[in-house]
Design a binder for this molecule. Structure first.
Ligand code: NAD
Ligand code: TYD
Length: 340
C-alpha cells in the first residue's frame, strides 16, 4: 500500500504544531509535511522530539507564493491538505490588516488552486467561530453551522472571506473540502500574545495582567488536543462540502479565566489591571457542537482539567516561552499596552 501524504500548513504555529505532533505520532503510515513561513508566530524548536522521525518533513514557504506552492503540489502529489497557516491575532489585525488579507485570503486561494490541479482526497480548512460575529449574553444562544457570517474584526473578516472561497471551490470545481470552525483554543505552545498564555507568563513574572474593558466578555475554551482529534475525525469521516463547528461548552468570562490562573499560581488579584477596551470587542462566542458530536467527536478536557494541565505545562516549559517573550515580542508588547 502506498503511503498517504499530508500537507499541514502553519505547522510551526500553536494549533498546527500540536496537530503535526499528534499526527506524526498517531499515524506512522502517513508522511506529514509541515509547510510554514516561520513568521513571528512560527517556531520549530517545539518539534525537536519529532524532527528526526522518518514520517516528518519541513518545508519553509509562503502559502501566497503561487509558483512555489504549485511546484510543490505537482512534485509531491499530496493526498490531504490541512490548512492552518494564517495571521491569527485580532489585536494585530486592528493595527495592520493588510497582511491578514494577503495570507488568510490570497494564501488560501493559492492553496485551493494547487489542490484542485492535483487531485487531492480532502482539503480541510481550519477556520474560527469568529466568522459568525458575536452573541449576546443570553446563555441559551449558540453558533450553529447555519448562523450567518457576520465577522467584526479584520481578522475574522479575512477568515470569513477564505471560508467563502473554500465553499466556492467545492461548489464550482467539486473540490472535496471541509471547513471547521472552532472556539478559542488553549494548551501547550500557545503564543504568549493571547489571553491565557499571556496571563500565565505575566503572573509567573509578577507582572500586571491587562484585562480589556470590564473583563465580562465571554469566550468558549477548547483544549488544543481536543481540537486536533476533531480535525483528525473530519479529515477521515467528514462529508465533502460540510462545515463542522468545534467547541466543548466551556464558556468563561475573561475575568474568570484570569482569576483562575492567578489563584492556581497562588498569586494576588492585585496583578489585574483593567485597560482600554479592544475596538469592536466581540461580547460572547459559544459553539453548538452537535453536528460534530453526531460524527463521533467528544472532548476529553473540561476547562478545569485543561487549564490545570496547561498551567503545569507553562511551569515545566519556561525555556520555550521565555525565549519568545525576550525577542521581538517586547516591542509588540510595548506598542500594544501601556502598562506600568
Ligand atoms: P498561530 O498564529 O499560532 O500560527 C500560525 C502559523 O502560520 C505560524 O507558524 C506562522 O509562521 C504560519 N504562517 C503565517 N503566515 C504564513 C504564510 N504566509 N505562509 C506560510 N505560513 C504562514 O495560529 P494558531 O493559533 O495556531 O491558529 C491556526 C489556525 O486556527 C488559524 O487559521 C486560525 O485562524 C485558526 N483558529 C485559531 C484559534 C485559536 O484560538 N488560536 C481559534 C479558532 C481558529
Ligand atoms: P485572545 O486570546 O486575543 O483571543 P480572541 O480575540 O481570538 O478571542 O482574547 C481572548 C479574550 O481576552 C478577548 O475577549 C480579548 C481578551 N483579552 C484581554 O482582556 N487582555 C489581553 O491582553 C488579551 C490579549 C485579550
Amino acid at each position: 500500500m502506498t503511503r498517504k501524504k499530508l500537507l499541514v500548513t502553519g505547522g510551526a504555529g500553536f494549533i498546527g504544531g500540536n496537530f503535526v505532533q499528534y499526527m506524526v505520532n498517531k499515524y506512522p503510515q502517513y508522511d506529514i509535511y509541515n509547510l510554514d513561513l516561520l513568521t513571528y508566530a512560527g517556531d520549530l524548536t517545539k518539534h525537536k522530539e519529532i524532527q528526526e522521525k522518518d514520517n516528518y518533513f519541513f518545508v519553509k514557504a509562503d502559502i501566497a507564493d503561487r509558483e512555489t506552492i504549485l511546484n510543490l503540489f505537482e512534485k509531491e502529489q499530496f493526498d490531504y491538505v490541512i490548512h492552518f497557516a494564517a495571521e491569527s491575532h485580532v489585536d494585530r489585525s486592528i493595527t495592520d490588516p493588510e497582511v491578514f488579507v494577503r495570507t488568510n485570503v490570497m494564501g488560501t486561494q493559492v492553496l485551493l488552486d494547487a489542490a484542485r490541479l492535483n487531485n487531492i482526497t480532502k482539503f480541510v480548512h481550519v477556520s474560527t467561530d469568529e466568522v459568525y460575529g458575536e452573541l449576546d449574553f443570553n446563555p441559551t444562544t449558540f453558533f450553529t453551522e447555519e448562523t450567518p457570517l457576520q465577522p467584526n474584526s479584520p481578522y475574522s473578516a479575512s477568515k470569513a472571506s477564505s471560508d467563502l472561497l473554500v465553499r466556492a471551490y467545492h461548489e464550482t470545481f467539486g473540490l472535496p473540502v471541509n471547513i471547521t470552525r472552532c472556539s478559542n483554543n488553549y494548551g501547550p505552545y500557545h503564543f504568549p500574545e493571547k489571553l491565557i498564555p499571556l496571563t500565565i507568563s505575566r503572573v509567573l513574572n509578577d507582572e500586571k495582567v491587562p484585562v480589556y474593558g470590564d473583563g465580562k466578555n465571554i469566550r468558549d475554551w477548547l483544549h488544543v488536543l481536543d481540537h486536533c482529534a476533531a480535525i483528525d475525525l473530519v479529515m477521515h469521516e467528514g462529508i465533502n462540502g460540510e462545515v463542522y463547528n468545534v467547541g466543548g461548552h466551556n464558556e468563561r468570562t475573561n475575568l474568570e479565566v484570569v482569576k483562575t490562573i492567578i489563584s492556581t499560581l497562588g498569586k494576588s488579584e492585585d496583578l489585574i489591571e483593567f485597560v482600554k477596551d479592544r475596538l469592536g470587542h466581540d461580547k460572547r462566542y459559544a459553539i453548538d457542537p452537535t453536528k460534530l458530536e453526531n460524527l463521533g467527536w467528544k472532548p476529553t478536557y473540561t476547562f478545569e482539567t485543561g487549564i490545570a494541565q496547561t498551567i503545569q505545562w507553562y511551569l515545566d516549559n519556561k525555556e520555550w516561552w521565555e525565549q519568545i517573550i525576550s525577542g521581538e515580542y517586547q516591542n509588540y508588547f510595548q506598542n500594544q499596552y501601556s502598562l506600568k
